[in-house]
Structures are given as structure tokens and as C-alpha cells.
Design a protein around this ligand. Structure first.
Ligand SMILES: Cc1cc2nc3c(=O)[nH]c(=O)nc-3n(C[C@H](O)[C@H](O)[C@H](O)COP(=O)(O)O)c2cc1C
Length: 162
């Protein structure tokens, strides 16, 4: 089957068989506009230098903010943070309303209570079809022993007890 015969919606169903965690990526543009997007296309690229990547739809309204911001913060959501995944995957003019956060590197919003947070300088940006591939160099991070939120088959889950 060649690429043009691929149905994107069916391909999305096939890809949903790959279980992932859930992240929220945040940034602040130089003009102060905030962006926050739920993302599961996150992965690590390199340990030395410390590089991470994620992919953002070129059609996402927040695209111009991430393209302008010097930094972004990647939050690995905890099992009890499904509400944050829903908040940041729904289009809204103010996703940060009544949400507590602090200012991280590059003034990117940093949200508390996550499994891990990686504060990155936006190092590289590449075109990848209908998405942008954003590569960040980790400048600061922290992590905890919290259980992660999972995503599989288009639905949320939590890890089975060990
Ligand atoms: C679990 C989950 C994972 C997602 N992963 C991505 C992703 O990797 N890249 C992306 O561009 N959108 C992803 N989305 C969709 C965005 O979160 C959604 O389109 C969001 O509204 C974009 O933010 P914006 O409207 O402020 O630009 C995901 C949604 C969910 C629920």
C-alpha cells in the first residue's frame, strides 16, 4: 500500500494501539501569550546532550506561541491529573484560568503535582508533514515517584499495581 492510499483516520486507530503516557507542554511567547497543549508524541532523543522531542499539529492555534517562545516545559501527568489532560486538549481562549502555576525558564508556566517536569530551551524545529517536530534541550528537570496517567485505545488508564 502506498502512502496516498492510507486513510489518516484509520491510521490514527492503528496508532492508538501504542500505549503512551500523557504530557502537557506549556510556553509563553515574548508578548506574554500563554500556550498549553496535551501531547503524547513526547519521547527522549539523547542523554548527552539532553534532548527531548514532541510533535505539534501545524493547525494548532497555539503553534505561533510555541514557535516564538524561547523555552517550553513538558509535564508528565500523574494518574490523578486527567482533568489537566482534558483541559489542555480542548480548544479554549484561556486554558490557564484559575489554574495554579509558577513561572519557569523562559517564563513558561510550570504546573505542580506531576510525575516529572522537563524545562527545555527550544533547540531545533523541523517540518514533519502536517506536524512540527520540536526538539528541546533540557536545562532543568524534577521528578517524583507519582503514578503516571496512561493513554491507550483513545482512552485514559492508570498502571496496574506492581
Ligand atoms: C492524549 C492526547 C494526546 C495528544 N497528543 C497530541 C500531540 O502529540 N500533538 C498535537 O499536536 N496534538 C495532540 N493532541 C491534541 C491537542 O491536545 C489539542 O488539539 C489541543 O487543543 C491543541 O491546543 P491548542 O488548541 O491550544 O493549540 C492530543 C490530545 C490528547 C487527548
Amino acid at each position: 500500500m502506498n502512502g496516498s492510499a492510507i486513510d489518516p483516520r484509520d491510521l490514527r486507530r492503528a496508532l492508538a494501539g501504542f500505549p503512551t503516557g500523557v504530557t502537557v507542554v506549556t510556553a509563553r511567547a515574548p508578548d506574554g501569550r500563554l500556550a498549553g497543549v496535551t501531547v503524547n508524541s513526547f519521547c527522549s532523543v539523547s542523554l548527552a546532550p539532553p534532548l527531548l522531542l514532541w510533535c505539534l499539529s501545524k493547525n494548532a492555534p497555539s503553534c505561533s506561541i510555541f514557535a516564538a517562545a524561547s523555552h517550553f516545559a513538558i509535564h508528565v501527568l500523574a494518574a490523578d491529573q486527567k482533568h489537566l489532560s482534558k483541559r489542555f486538549s480542548s480548544p479554549s481562549t484561556d486554558k490557564f484560568a484559575e489554574l495554579e502555576f509558577s513561572d519557569g525558564l523562559g517564563l513558561a508556566p510550570v504546573i505542580d503535582g506531576t510525575v516529572a517536569t522537563f524545562e527545555c530551551r527550544r533547540a531545533e524545529q523541523h517540518a514533519g508533514g502536517d506536524h512540527l517536530i520540536l526538539i528541546g534541550e533540557v536545562e532543568r528537570y524534577h521528578y517524583t515517584e507519582r503514578h503516571p496517567l496512561l493513554f491507550h485505545g483513545g482512552d485514559y488508564g492508570i498502571p496496574a499495581p506492581r
